[in-house]
Ligand binder design. Structure first.
Ligand SMILES: *Cc1c(COP(=O)(O)O)cnc(C)c1O
Length: 229
């Protein structure tokens, strides 16, 4: 078995273990997005052969290139997630190549993406900054509902939920608290009539606590493909 395949199996087992540790009411399935940024298309192909379908890329040009290189996997069910920060001049490229966008926090970008999806709407998650770090993108938690109301009418986007990148810390309680802030905003959206179903949170270092706090989607790179250089 190749390392990517065995890493995938290991990660999937840990995801299942974290799901089993949740209260019954939130024991729903979790989608694994394999984050393939900086990795060659051949690695993605290998993960695909091992059953992986959703892949995440951070850089518009690099991602667009891989989507094109792997175009033959399109009708076999590969799914592309854009998870990086975005400049508005890259919006058209992202809208053309990707199925999902995870880091929405500016209306101008949302509008540009929407304009470039005349047919099938793009799945979208609003990014929340739960740690308050100024280095991180995302809206303050209190801005999420207002932003959701502004972007909801855009025809080329379909709001699926929220995404976050928490602080890099060893303090387990701090991690849990930040994930919880995002889940509470997710529930706020639901309570206000939004039919959202996606809570995109958790990376290689923190996906277990994210799942325990209700994540429905985790974005995992180095635990699958190895450390990035
Ligand atoms: C790189 C990245 C990931 C994956 O990080 P790992 O630590 O390699 O699992 C997940 N989400 C975002 C937004 C990223 O940029």
């Amino acid at each position: 078995m190749c390392p990517i395949e065995s890493n995938l199996q290991h990660v999937r087992r840990e995801i299942d273990a974290a799901i089993a540790g949740r209260p019954e009411s939130i024991r729903h399935p979790v989608t694994l997005v394999a984050v393939s940024k900086t990795r060659p298309s051949e690695d993605i192909r290998e993960a695909f052969r091992a059953g992986q379908r959703a892949f995440g890329e951070n850089y518009a040009q690099e991602g667009a290139r891989k989507v094109s290189e792997l175009a033959d996997l399109r009708d076999q069910g590969i799914e592309w997630h854009f998870i990086g920060p975005m400049q508005s001049n890259k919006a058209a490229m992202v809208a053309r190549h990707f199925d999902w966008v995870h880091g929405l926090d500016r209306l101008k970008i949302a509008e540009a993406l929407s304009r470039n999806r005349p047919d099938l709407p793009m799945n979208a998650c609003i990014q929340v900054n739960a740690s308050g770090e100024t280095s991180k993108g995302g809206l303050e938690p209190g801005q999420v509902l207002g932003f959701a109301r502004e972007m909801a009418p855009l025809p080329g986007l379909r709001l699926r939920g929220l995404m976050t990148i928490i602080e890099n810390t060893d303090d387990a309680a701090r991690k849990r608290a930040q994930f919880r802030v995002v889940r509470e905003r997710f529930e706020e959206l639901r309570n206000n009539g939004f039919t959202v179903d996606t809570l995109s949170m958790g990376m290689s270092q923190d996906f277990s606590p994210a799942i325990e706090e209700g994540a429905t989607m985790v974005r995992i790179g180095s635990a699958i493909f190895g450390a990035r250089t």
